[in-house]
Design a protein around this ligand. Sequence first.
Ligand code: SF4
Length: 416
Amino acid sequence: MKQQTQEVTPLSGMESLTELYKVGSGPSSSHTIGPERACLLAARIYPQADAYRVILYGSLAKTGRGHGTDTIIKKTLAPLPCDITFDCETKSLPHPNTMDLYAMKDGRALGQLRIMSVGGGRIQVLGEAEHKPVILYEHKTFNDIRAYCEEHGLRLWQFAERFEGPDFWEYMREMWDAMKHSIKQGLADDGILPGGLNVQKKANFLYHRRSLGESSETRENRLVCSYAFAVSEQNAAGEKIVTAPTCGAAGVLPAVLYYEQHKNGFEDEEVVRALASGGIIGNVIKTNASISGAECGCQAEIGTACAMAAAALGELFQLNLDKIEYAAEIAIEHHLGLTCDPVCGLVQIPCIERNAVAAMRAINAVTLSDFLCETRKVSFDKVVQAMKETGRDMSTLYKETSEGGLATVGVHHHHR
Ligand code: SF4
């Protein structure tokens, strides 16, 4: 029987920046941040539980081990014991990322939650009303935003301030603190990343490897890269990061902001504002194209992170709106067509190094924009549109399936 469907015009506009920046355990918003939040919710609902049983289905069962879904679940529910089953057989699921959580007491189930990890770290409990993020901004494109800012004499962070809630700045400060924390943790860490690729953590090495007579350019590259590696390695190791805009691309924005803060002595307050301005750019891309590697390839993740970082830097340096737009446009334009084909499905090769390269590119994009802004020919909105179309036409082999490109060339084992 054909169902009568009512035409509903979807609310148009952008969600809060608090939906873009989120703290959680890497390396995947749907495979680790979502399940982590599911466990936190279960722990809140069943404080009297003494153990848990968790069953992972669909994609959570298939790629959960590689992403460390089980490790995150155990860590979040600790010290309570947790028995985890990977069920790859069950087909009729409400969502590809479904999990069942049984809260136990004295060997008997107290209650059960069926939870779906619906993307971007958001979770949905089966049977409960769908929790849709609210549209805070009626503006959708950068052109809309620019027109509004020009009319009211606002910078991008002031624009965000107008539409976000009263707790916004506190939330953003938490994000910046979490970013700094993951840089510091990452720099202090070394060893091998989990997953079997035998990838060595390199942030610490990069940070300390000052060579004699190092030029200031080399030093800048080395430090920026060490910060990007630090966050990306924390992400790959299942530690806490801030999505910016995703887990895989979480290293770009903190790397450039941390570097510039230390070099130029910017106050935290200024950096947090820059983070909001960069967030607006990320939100425009999320709303009009995509920030998901599975949907549009790496151009949507790293390309977006680079554009956000460029805009954030432009804000730090007090560039005008035209120059900020141009810096973001340069940053994403030169990521167009970038594929997502991580080796073995792990967010390590090429992802970690790619964060570092994008961080350097963001700095270059700002310099270029400052010099060449008057002659620019392409708007930011147009490039976002081009990114969406390129992503749509990109073969699925290059969209997080690890079935093509770099994922299939084999890893070179280098013996020292
Ligand atoms: S290659 Fe894929 S998984 Fe890695 S950072 Fe890019 S989009 Fe994310």
